[in-house]
Design a protein around this ligand. Structure first.
Ligand SMILES: Nc1ncnc2c1ncn2[C@@H]1O[C@H](COP(=O)(O)OP(=O)(O)O)[C@@H](O)[C@H]1O
Ligand SMILES: [Mg+2]
Length: 336
C-alpha cells in the first residue's frame, strides 16, 4: 500500500509509458498502445495486452499508439491510457498522488493541458509537466543547475530530441520525427525491396534490435526471419545479415547525426567548449541500436556515451524532479 501523499512521475513516451514512484523506482513499463472496438468506441485493452494485438486484430478492433508521432493524435484515448496506468499504480492508495508528467517535446500547449486534465481526472492531486531533455538529464545523473553546457540526445520511438542544457534550462534544441519507428520502417522497406517479402512490424523491430546496426559490427550477425512472399503470397523464410541492416538504417542514422550537427552549430561557443570536454549523452530506447554512439562520435569528433539505464532516464528524472514540485508551479522547467 502506498503512503499518504504519494509522488508519481510518468514518462509518457511515444512507444513506452513508464511510471516512477518515489522511494520505489520505476514500477510500471508498458507500451503506449490502446486497443479499441471501433463499433462502440470502447477501450478494450491498454499496454502490453493491447500491444500483443497489433497486426492480429479482427476488423472491428484497432490497436493504436495515440502518441506515435510525438503529438497526441487522440485526446480521448490518451486520457483513458493515462487513467488506466495511474489506477494500476495507485489502486491501493489512500490519498491522491502528486504527478509529474513528461510529454514528447512536440506536444503543444493545448495537448499538454489535455494531459494535465487527464491526470487530474484520473485522481492526481496536482499535476505538472516537465520538458523531456531536462528530465533525461536529471535521470542520467547530470548536475544541470551549473552554468555548464551538457548535450543530451534522447531517441525514442517517434522522435529524436537533441538539446543543450545549461543552468537548468534548454539553451538550444531540435526535434525530428526520425527515431526507433523510422528504423523499423526502413528495415521493412529494405526487406520488401530486396527479398520481395512482407514482414510485420514486430519482426522488423526484432531484426533491428537483434542484428541491426548503424556502424559496422566487429562480428557480423545473421538472423532468420519469416514473412510473406509478395510474388507467391506464401510464407517465406530468409536469412538477413547485419551488413544488410547497416545499409537499411544508414539514411535514418544520418538524419539523426545531422540534427546533432544543427544543434552544435547554434550552440554558443562557451557551451560547445563544455560539450567537447564532457561529450554527448544518449538516452532513450532508440539509442541502444548498435553503433549510434560510435557513428555520432565519428561524425562530430566528440566523445559520445549511452547513459546507463538509457530507457529509464526520463522516467527517473521525471520522478526525481517531484522533489522540486513546488517550484514547478510557475517555474522555469515548465514549457513556455
Ligand atoms: N536494444 C535496442 N536496440 C535498438 N532499438 C531499441 C532497443 N531497445 C529498444 N529499442 C527501440 O527504442 C524505441 C523506444 O524507445 P523509448 O525510449 O521507449 O521511446 P519513447 O520514449 O518514445 O516511448 C523503439 O523504437 C524500440 O524498438
Ligand atoms: Mg522517451
Amino acid at each position: 500500500m502506498f503512503k499518504f501523499g504519494q509522488d508519481i512521475g510518468i514518462d509518457l513516451g511515444t512507444a513506452t509509458v513508464l511510471v516512477y514512484v518515489k522511494g520505489k523506482g520505476v514500477v510500471l513499463k508498458e507500451p503506449s498502445v490502446v486497443a479499441i472496438d471501433t463499433n462502440t468506441g470502447k477501450v478494450l485493452k491498454v499496454g502490453v495486452e493491447a500491444q500483443n494485438m497489433i497486426g492480429r486484430t479482427p476488423g472491428n478492433i484497432v490497436a493504436i499508439r495515440p502518441l506515435k508521432d510525438g503529438v497526441i493524435s487522440d485526446y480521448d484515448t490518451t486520457e483513458k491510457m493515462i487513467r488506466y496506468f495511474l489506477r494500476k499504480v495507485c489502486k491501493n492508495s489512500l490519498c491522491k498522488p502528486r504527478v509529474m508528467v513528461c510529454v514528447p517535446s512536440q506536444v503543444t500547449e493545448v495537448e499538454e493541458r489535455a494531459v494535465i486534465d487527464a491526470a487530474t481526472q484520473a485522481g492526481a492531486r496536482k499535476t505538472c509537466i516537465i520538458e523531456e531533455p531536462i528530465a533525461a538529464a536529471i535521470g542520467a545523473g547530470l548536475d544541470i543547475a551549473k552554468p555548464y553546457g551538457n548535450m543530451i540526445v534522447d531517441i525514442g520511438g517517434g522522435t529524436a530530441d537533441v538539446a543543450v542544457i545549461s543552468l537548468g534550462e534548454i539553451v538550444v534544441s531540435n526535434s525530428i520525427k526520425v527515431a526507433g519507428d523510422k528504423f523499423d520502417d526502413a528495415v521493412t522497406k529494405y526487406i520488401r525491396k530486396k527479398y520481395n517479402m512482407m514482414i510485420g512490424d514486430r519482426t522488423a523491430e526484432e531484426l533491428k534490435i537483434e542484428i541491426g546496426c548503424v556502424y559496422p559490427r566487429p562480428e557480423p550477425l545473421t538472423m532468420d526471419i519469416k514473412g510473406r512472399c509478395l510474388v507467391t503470397g506464401l510464407p517465406k523464410v530468409v536469412t538477413v545479415s547485419s551488413e544488410e541492416m547497416l545499409e537499411a538504417l544508414e539514411e535514418c542514422a544520418t538524419q539523426i547525426v545531422d540534427a546533432v550537427h544543427m544543434v552544435l552549430e547554434k550552440t554558443p561557443p562557451e557551451l560547445v567548449g563544455d560539450i567537447s570536454t564532457s561529450g554527448i549523452l544518449l538516452t532513450g530506447g532508440g539509442s541502444l541500436i548498435y553503433g549510434l554512439d560510435k557513428l555520432i562520435s565519428r561524425e562530430t569528433g566528440l566523445d559520445v556515451f549511452v547513459a546507463e539505464d538509457a530507457v529509464f532516464c526520463v522516467a527517473k528524472g521525471t520522478g526525481m524532479s517531484l522533489e522540486y514540485m513546488e517550484q514547478f508551479n510557475h517555474s522555469r522547467y515548465r514549457k513556455k
